[in-house]
Ligand binder design. Structure first.
Ligand code: ADP
Ligand code: MG
Length: 242
């Protein structure tokens, strides 16, 4: 028998009152995979990853990691973390304080926090001198790197991104796309990435999952989706790539 998938989302339904946002979703994600979720606005992308990281609870179904259920675990106990579009950095604090914040919450000693923060600055190719710099003095791209460093501070097994680059201008987005892909390769972490840019999805991902009205329409490599779209919906969605 095949080994259990790394992440297994089984028959997950999410309802808000009488509205069904996710309808019996099934998805397996491999360890170290870069999986991108695309789909029209309102199709359920954010809802799904909120369930994965524990910001919200499933109505029905299960989410497992290495065969252990995580949907019943509180968010702060899950081996997941999320990077938002809005970044959610603390502007009045320094880069170092931001990166160390999740470590501080979990009681890591100051010296160890600092060591880890400096390692993470290097990983994100930011100079060590940035440690004491205020967020308000950092550019958009630098803030994005700090947000990533903070996300990595806890060594999560799965990093989830909800349209992290969509607020940035085209050139910066292209640069950060490359950096993200490179970071994925260097960390070997599992990335689940949401974007409304199919172009971005095509460049970055091992597989693309296309959502439509709370269900997956097709999950496959960019090449497969491009050459063998499963439906008109997918084909027309792919047609929007420019
Ligand atoms: P996407 O990220 O693909 O744009 P979302 O996952 O944010 O879509 O939303 C999917 C659907 O669920 C939308 O119709 C949205 O209005 C609805 N929805 C999301 N969160 C809530 C909520 N807390 N209460 C009610 N409806 C919600
Ligand atoms: Mg969304």
């Amino acid at each position: 028998m095949a080994a259990k998938p790394f992440v297994q989302i089984e028959n997950v339904t999410k309802r808000f009152g009488r509205f069904t946002a996710l309808d019996r979703i099934n998805l397996d994600i491999s360890e170290g995979e870069f999986l991108t979720i695309v789909g029209p606005s309102g199709s359920g992308k954010s809802t799904l990853i909120r369930l994965l990281v524990g910001i919200d609870d499933v109505t029905e179904g299960t989410i497992s990691l290495n065969g252990t259920r995580i949907d019943t675990m509180p968010a702060n106990k899950r081996p997941t973390c999320m990077v938002f579009q809005s970044l959610a950095l603390f502007p009045h604090m320094t880069v170092g304080q931001n990166i160390e914040f999740p470590l501080k919450l979990r009681g890591v000693a100051p010296a160890d926090r600092r060591t880890r923060a400096i390692e993470l600055l290097a990983l994100l190719r930011l100079p060590e001198s940035y440690y004491g710099k205020r967020i308000s003095q950092c550019s958009g791209g630098e803030r994005q790197r700090v947000a990533l460093a903070r996300a990595l501070a806890f060594d999560p097994q799965i990093i989830v991104f909800d349209e992290p680059l969509s607020a940035l201008d085209y050139r910066l987005r292209k640069t950060l796309e490359k950096e993200l892909k490179d970071l994925h390769a260097r960390t070997g972490k599992t990335f689940v990435y949401i974007t409304h840019s199919l172009e971005e999805a095509m460049v970055m991902s091992d597989r693309i999952a296309i959502m439509r009205s709370g269900r997956f329409e097709q999950i496959a490599t960019a090449e497969e989706i491009y050459s063998r779209p499963i439906s008109r919906f997918v084909a027309s969605f792919m047609g929007e790539v420019n």
